[in-house]
Write a protein that binds this ligand. Structure first.
Ligand code: DOR
Length: 451
């Protein structure tokens, strides 16, 4: 990966013309092959582009609004050996993301305005826009509310104790009450710590065969139902992040049916990978499952440990259905870099998390190819819907600042660690053939990635 393929928000504005590109804009449902011009960083009428503007052949490519990731771990401050604002933003740009929301479980946590400001300052010359999510409780300790209003004023687009749920119902209620006035969502990592304590992977036949301690879906459902009750009572906006079970999805579906202010996102890995990956399977949820028992070479692989754990196949298929029907608003990566020494350890000791910014589109395209998702819905779930959740808009209309991605949906490549822009490579997708490649990413009118 050469640094020259990446640009920054501080670069001069871009000018180019992409010809005959399939432009999919979920804002108005349009899907047409046409020319698309960017002049001095703004979308322009292609007929006004002078001959000196570079022409890029867009045949076979798709242009869409830039992607927005609601759930990214940039690891700064505190763990800059595994990721930095700079490297994480390059991974984002390579994945087609023009905005990422940085989670606050850093060291120290982002629980006060000065710490948010520190991250935002580092992000000024990054390769994508960085938004910050503030911690709900001081130090993410779950004991006292942080100053949510001051952090909102400092730019927090939402609040989360991600890595853990807000453990106290009383504090979750106070946070939702307060946030109703602030107009920002509570972004909940739904996990009852008592029910989840000690678990290593998703409960079920695979956990039993491997002898690993199982995590039960009630660990997610109890917090989702608690928070829905609190959102109903307070009118505060609730966003459930990395939803992973059919039971929790049904609870969200019912809440939305009652008109409650509840949204949710799913990770690419909970859509496509299943608990069978912990036993060495490398088949996607929509493929026929392996009937072989344990694959010794790939089993107990710490790269497959995430929190919440990889879902059962039935849950993954239910999540795909929830994404297709719009119950799940957004795809969010939960990009969670970790070094080998935290992964090449006994399964139950491995740090949970996998990187995801550079593979999210590919997994989505694989689900589209398998007939589980339509391309326009995939694009909406990666771009305009997550942006709306943080009160932002994406537009491909002429006159707007260019914020877009151009990708080739049909090329295929085997994922290699040395191709990654992230400073970490912890993903079990290494060695797996995936569809799609981003060709251009344009954030705030600047070319942030080009291949
Ligand atoms: O898998 C996960 N990794 N889930 C989380 O909630 C936290 C994240 C991390 O920070 O590594």
């Amino acid at each position: 990966m050469t640094a020259g393929r990446f640009g920054r928000l501080t670069d001069p504005p871009a000018s180019f013309l992409v010809t005959d590109v399939r432009v999919i804009d979920p804002n108005d449902g349009s899907d047409v092959v046409r020319d698309l011009a960017v002049i001095d960083g703004f979308l322009a009428d292609p007929s006004t582009a002078s001959d000196r503007v570079e022409r890029i052949d867009g045949r076979g490519l798709v242009a869409a609004p830039g992607f927005c990731d609601l759930h990214t771990h940039l690891r700064e401050p505190g763990d800059d050996a595994v990721e930095t604002v700079a490297s994480g933003s390059r991974a984002a740009a390579r994945g087609g993301f023009t905005t990422v929301c940085a989670m606050p479980n850093t060291e120290p946590p982002l629980d006060e305005p000065a710490r948010l400001a520190w991250v935002l300052e580092r992000a000024e010359n990054a390769s994508c826009r960085v938004r910050v999510i503030g911690a709900v409780t001081l130090g993410r300790q779950g004991e006292a509310l942080a100053d949510l209003g001051a952090m909102a004023d400092a730019g927090a687009v939402g609040f989360s104790d991600d890595g853990a749920a807000v453990p106290s119902s009383r504090l979750a209620r106070s946070a939702l009450t307060y946030l109703r006035g602030v107009g920002r969502p509570l972004i909940e990592h739904a996990e009852d710590r008592e029910l989840a304590a000690g678990s290593e992977m998703r409960a079920g036949p695979t956990a039993s065969r491997l002898g690993l301690r199982g995590w039960t879906p009630s660990a997610e459902l109890t917090i989702v139902e608690r928070d829905i009750a609190l959102a109903e009572e307070t009118g505060g906006r609730l966003h459930i992040t990395h939803i992973s079970t059919a039971a929790a999805l049904d609870a969200v579906r019912r809440a939305r049916g009652r008109g409650l202010p509840v949204t949710c996102d799913v990770t690419p890995h909970h859509l496509a990978l299943t608990d069978a990956w912990v036993a060495g399977s490398r088949r996607f949820a929509w493929e026929e499952p392996d009937d072989a028992p344990i694959d010794v070479e790939h089993s107990y692989d710490g790269l497959c440990r995430v929190n919440p754990p990889l879902a059962s196949r039935e849950d993954a298929l239910a999540l795909l259905g929830g994404l297709a029907d719009g119950t799940i608003d957004a795809i969010a990566t939960d990009h969670a870099p970790h070094p080998p020494e935290r992964k090449l350890v006994p399964f139950g000791e491995a740090a949970p998390g996998m990187i995801g910014l550079e593979t999210a589109l590919a997994i989505g395209l694989a689900a589209v190819e398998a007939g589980h998702l339509d391309l326009a819905r995939l694009i909406a779930a990666l771009s305009i819907r997550p942006a709306e959740i943080i009160n932002e808009r994406r537009s491909l209309a002429i006159g707007q600042p260019a914020d877009m991605v151009v990708f080739d949906p049909s090329t295929r490549a085997v994922l290699a660690a040395d191709s990654l822009a992230s400073a970490s490579s912890n993903t079990p997708l290494l060695g797996v053939e995936l569809p799609g490649a981003v060709r251009l990413t344009v954030a705030q009118g600047r070319l942030t990635f080009r291949d």
